[in-house]
Write a protein that binds this ligand. Structure first.
Ligand code: HEM
Length: 187
């Protein structure tokens, strides 16, 4: 994955747990003491190793680290560095979720080697939908849980998700998402 992702993992750890903790995690992951370069491609293993090392150093399951990273990504990294792209993707949660693939296609203009996930929305009602998540990478469903939690905050909704793994010809994760406006939010 692009260095942008690893850099954001580093940002999350440094801001929440401090520089010393980051040093321990980086070294446990067997990574050199060098800055990540956003536009450079790194093996996926680098990101998985970082998550595993963070899990051990922080004493939290890898799933929890991934979820927290997803939340941090939507509320901080994407919002700060890619505000316009995020804005263009939609004014409401369902509109935004329907546009996720288009958004990553636009991102591909700046990151040509991007291997993005794919999302499909179905069974939509006024306050619920099903989001199917397809990826060539294993084990990242908890990341999507955190991304959705961050998006709920962005769109001022109280959000609940339940997910299930679908095996078969095109294995994917299915997220049953439902929401209600937060108290005091304008509809
Ligand atoms: C404008 C903001 C965003 C940018 C710049 C961005 C960029 C990226 C990049 C660079 C990767 C790594 C893939 C690679 O290097 O091959 C990635 C992966 C991913 N993105 Fe985005 N993304 C953005 C927003 C989102 C949002 C809002 C979601 C919400 C669902 C999302 C879902 C994912 C997931 C789940 C992955 C993990 C890779 C996988 O599943 O295979 N992204 N994105």
């Amino acid at each position: 994955m692009y260095g942008l992702i690893n850099k954001a993992v580093e940002g999350l750890v440094r801001s929440k747990f401090g520089d010393a903790k980051w040093e321990r995690i980086r070294s446990r992951a067997g990574l050199p003491d060098e800055p990540f370069i956003s536009m450079e491609q790194y093996e996926d293993k680098t990101t998985y190793d970082l998550v595993a090392a963070a899990s051990e150093e922080l004493g939290a399951p890898a799933e929890a680290i991934l979820e927290e990273f997803g939340y941090y990504w939507t509320t901080y990294t994407a919002a700060a560095g890619y505000g316009e792209l995020m804005k263009a993707a939609g004014k409401t949660l369902p509109e935004f979720l329907r546009n996720l693939d288009q958004m990553h296609t636009r991102i591909k203009l700046s990151f040509p080697q991007l291997n993005p996930p794919s999302f499909a929305v179905s069974d939509e009602t006024a306050s619920a939908l099903v989001l199917s998540y397809y990826s060539s990478r294993p084990g990242l469903a908890p990341l999507v849980v955190g991304l959705l939690r961050g998006l709920g905050e962005r769109f001022n909704v109280e959000l609940t998700t339940r997910s299930e793994r679908i095996e078969g010809v095109r294995p994917h994760d299915r997220f049953y998402v439902s929401w209600t406006p937060c108290a005091g939010a304008t509809p």
